[in-house]
Ligand binder design. Structure first.
Ligand SMILES: [Zn+2]
Length: 251
């Protein structure tokens, strides 16, 4: 195993630990509970959890997916979010190496994971998640000054058409539009367009599944997670995706 892969492995493990903290945020933010103070507890029996219960992924496997105190099943979501966060952190490192952009990618991943899960649970997410991305965008701009025109264009090129579409058809929520405005500031033009199209394709796939399952068109489908997938994929690989897409037209 070379050094890069070894560091990526450590970052993966670090990501699973952060993921276990993200689980706490996902549970507590919608309930407006303090997420800094207070011990973690079983949502069923409210028994406080010890460090042994909180070890990412392994505790879940060791406890066979049940609370040690009341035997209630622990949702598979907890270890899955820990694994997902670990994978996203490692991907960010593998893409950007020993740079500040690696860290920005990890912070972005954490933000997107939490907002996605809260959107799935409650059908809404706070503007704070988009403000966080604006802060990351400012940091990224300070680290890697890019063409300010393309940054500002990135902010509006998707969010304004989404806003018009929302006014005309009610397709998107305000939070989705602000998310894409913030992400546009981070990704810039034309990468934000890649994010949007990946998100729409993901959303389209889910919509097809929902329709197949006999759900009618009125069934609410949170769009935040799809946009989040698009944003992260574009953050890592907008350029190769654009090159691949354009290769169909230039031959
Ligand atoms: Zn319990």
């Amino acid at each position: 195993m070379n050094l890069t892969n070894l560091i990526a492995l450590f970052i993966f493990i670090f990501g699973t630990i952060i993921g276990s903290f993200l689980n706490v945020l996902i549970y507590r933010i919608p309930l407006k509970l303090d997420f800094v103070k207070g011990h973690s507890f079983c949502p069923h029996c409210h028994h406080g959890l010890s460090a042994l219960d909180l070890f990412p992924v392994f505790s879940f496997l060791f406890l066979k997916g049940k609370c040690r105190y009341c035997g209630e099943k622990i949702s598979w979501r907890y270890p899955l979010i820990e694994l997902l966060t670990g994978i996203l952190f490692a991907l960010s490192y593998l893409r950007f190496g020993n740079t500040w952009m690696s860290l920005i990618g990890m912070a972005l991943a954490a933000d997107l994971v939490v907002l996605s899960m809260i959107d799935i649970d409650t059908m809404e997410f706070d503007d704070g998640f988009s403000i966080f991305i604006v802060i990351l965008a400012i940091l990224a701009f300070v680290i890697h000054p890019s063409n300010l025109m393309f940054v500002l264009l990135g902010m509006f090129v998707i969010s304004i058409p989404m806003y018009i579409l929302a006014v005309l058809t009610g397709g998107f929520g305000g939070a989705d539009i602000k998310l894409m405005g913030a992400a546009g500031l981070l990704l810039g033009f034309p990468n934000i367009i890649v994010a949007f199209f990946v998100g729409v394709i993901c959303g389209g796939i889910q919509a097809v599944f929902l329709l197949k399952k006999g759900k009618d068109k009125k069934t609410m489908m949170p769009f935040g997670p799809h946009l989040a997938i698009g944003i992260f994929i574009a953050f890592l690989a907008a350029q190769p995706i654009l090159d691949w897409y354009l290769s169909f037209f230039i031959s």
